[in-house]
Design a protein around this ligand. Structure first.
Ligand code: SAH
Length: 235
């Protein structure tokens, strides 16, 4: 895949970036990441799926999705929900990198979800479900089912936290992928985090390899046994 800025979407930058993150890339994963890029940009010509230019696919979609490993030991996670996955990010890269995961992709926009589902099929990725719906409408079958809920570029924390909270298993976590400047956002979210029976575990700054970008990964924890008014089942 060639790009107008001369950068090529080949695997070398991805392999290097993964090395920097301490998560070596298998040949199978590499070929799936490149295949996903091809499918994404082919489809993007007809349907608006992403605004990230193809030359930044490796950094802004693949490596960025994988940054979660700076906040969470992914080998200990079994079930992941990607809330507001769009065309499948970060959920599909997580499944490619850590094939033991069971992943649910959730989005309210059907055309993006359809792409994600088709792409997973073409890449031979099993163990991924797609669910069409709005997070706040409380998708019953997914409540308390995820060891890890991830969300990238979905909403400010104060709005996002009540959306994702019901889906975190007691003892589980959520990670929101955020930009550099999150102080105001976090201040506004503090009472919402408390009300959702979650704890702020850490805000982990993470440098995105191959770019000057620094992210903040906001990790939230649901203590074992903690349920919230919003998630308790009415009798
Ligand atoms: N996470 C993807 C997409 C970000 S765009 C990425 O980083 O590339 C935000 C996505 O969140 C959109 O696809 C939108 O449809 C979805 N979304 C926004 N609010 C939502 C909600 N309440 N429930 C489910 N999906 C939502």
């Amino acid at each position: 895949m060639s790009t107008t800025d001369g950068r090529t979407c080949d695997g070398a930058r991805l392999a290097e970036g993964c090395e920097t993150l301490g998560i070596p890339l298998t040949p199978e994963a590499l070929s799936r990441f490149l295949g996903l890029g091809e499918l994404l940009y082919e489809a993007n010509a007809a349907v608006n799926l992403t605004r990230v230019p193809v030359g930044d696919y490796i950094e802004l979609h693949c490596l960025d999705s994988l940054l979660v490993c700076k906040a969470i030991d992914m080998r200990r996670v079994r079930t992941v929900m990607d809330l507001g996955c769009g065309a499948g990010f970060p959920g599909i890269p997580l499944k490619i990198m850590w094939p033991h995961l069971r992943v649910v992709l959730v989005d309210s926009t059907l055309k993006k979800l359809r792409f994600a589902e088709e792409a997973c099929g073409k890449l031979g990725l099993g163990g991924i479900r797609v669910v069409h719906g709005r997070a706040e409408e409380r998708i019953g079958e997914l409540v308390y089912k995820s060891d890890l809920v991830v969300a990238r570029a979905v909403a400010p924390m104060a709005r996002l936290v009540p959306w994702l909270a019901p889906y975190i298993k007691p003892g589980g976590r959520a990670v929101a992928y955020k930009g550099a400047d999150i102080e105001d956002e976090m201040r506004a979210a503090e009472p919402v985090i408390r009300r959702s029976s979650l704890e702020l575990e850490a805000v982990v700054p993470a440098a995105l390899p191959g770019s000057g970008i620094v992210r903040n990964l906001v990790a939230l924890h649901r203590p074992p046994g903690a349920t919230s008014a919003a998630t308790r089942t009415r009798r």
